[in-house]
Design a protein around this ligand. Structure first.
Ligand SMILES: [Zn+2]
Length: 324
């Protein structure tokens, strides 16, 4: 019954570079039995590192499982921690040289330019998986609580899975606001379930958020039958709030300047409460204030201090039902 268990790192995409080298993009594969195949993708945006650490933590857990419980991995796990390798190497969000957001190149084309080829290779590898979790880390400007964002087109399938993912928020997006050229939309459109996890901030790692998501991912993998029933996964102790386009409020800067936060991220705020001020580096006065328009939860907060008129400063989710 227990197939030989293994872990190997393998190349799933390779392309010759202009001079002597090839660029190899790799994944880690844990093979157990012939149960469900599950996958995690990260680093599609080269300035987002939280998902790379999640892959490391999953590898630690899976190594330990294979060492202590041979045969307990019933399916297989694929980790793709660093998809946009050129972007990660150069602290660049998009794919350098091509000046392309790799997560706008799906489903790609095997005969196209590099971003399209890489996207197509990834689609081939991931298609047919029981579940793909694509991990994002906001950007360098905004800090986010652990959340999953779901296109309402696929909510019947994805929301029940997301409820088990140990996240703090499920944000349902209407079809009109959804980008169709992302890896998640492309996979969901062709029948491979893909959840987009978003958390933390660009260019940084938030270890407690990463471990929170690891517990959720292991829980849903166990639900899917990737592990033997007696395998103990980390405790899930977060239940998500539900947001949609009707109860999320965007707060934009009224003036340019330097943002100084006054409220802590991921806290309850009251209508009218000051979330931060925008000050001038030249003069003594406060140029403008950022106040919450509702009683709710401060789930997005500006991280990078320099702001321009109209910059996104915060997002507050009003609690449905009028209670805070
Ligand atoms: Zn991203």
């Amino acid at each position: 019954m227990s197939a030989p268990q293994s872990m190997k790192i393998e190349t799933f995409f390779t392309i010759e570079m202009p001079y002597r080298e090839r660029m190899d993009i790799r994944r880690t594969v844990f093979t157990g039995g012939d149960g469900p195949r599950v996958a995690v993708t990260a680093g599609i945006h080269g300035d987002e590192l939280e998902g790379l650490y999640v892959c490391h933590r999953l590898a630690v857990w899976l190594d330990e499982l294979q060492r202590t419980s041979p045969g307990a991995l019933r399916g297989s796990v694929e980790l793709y921690p660093a998809i946009n390798t050129l972007g990660l190497d150069t602290l660049t969000r998009g794919l350098p040289v091509f000046d392309t957001d790799l997560n706008r190149a799906f489903p790609g084309s095997p005969g196209g330019p590099l971003p399209e080829r890489l996207a197509a290779a990834l689609m081939t590898e991931l298609s047919g998986a029981a579940l793909v979790v694509d991990i994002h880390a906001s950007n360098i400007y905004l800090r986010e609580i652990p959340q999953v964002r779901i296109n309402q087109e696929f909510d019947d399938l994805l929301v029940p899975i997301a409820q088990r993912m140990n996240l703090d928020l499920i944000w349902l997006h209407g079809a009109a606001t959804v980008l169709e050229t992302t890896v998640a939309h492309s996979l969901n459109s062709c029948g491979t379930p893909c959840l987009v996890a978003e958390m933390g901030v660009g260019m940084r790692i938030t270890p407690e958020y990463c471990d929170q998501l690891v517990a959720g991912i292991l829980t849903v993998w166990k639900d899917l039958g990737a592990f033997a029933p007696d395998v103990v996964v980390p405790v899930v102790d977060h239940a998500p709030l539900i947001a949609d386009d009707s109860n999320v409020h965007y707060l934009n800067a009224q003036t340019s300047g330097m943002f100084i936060p006054a409220a802590a991220h991921w806290t309850d705020v009251r209508c009218g409460e000051i979330l931060g001020t925008i000050v001038s580096p030249f003069r003594s006065e406060i140029l403008s204030e950022v106040r919450s328009p509702v009683d709710g939860v401060l789930f997005t907060l500006r991280e990078y201090p320099l702001v321009y008129e109209g910059s996104l400063m915060a997002r507050v989710m009003a609690r449905k039902g009028g209670r805070s």
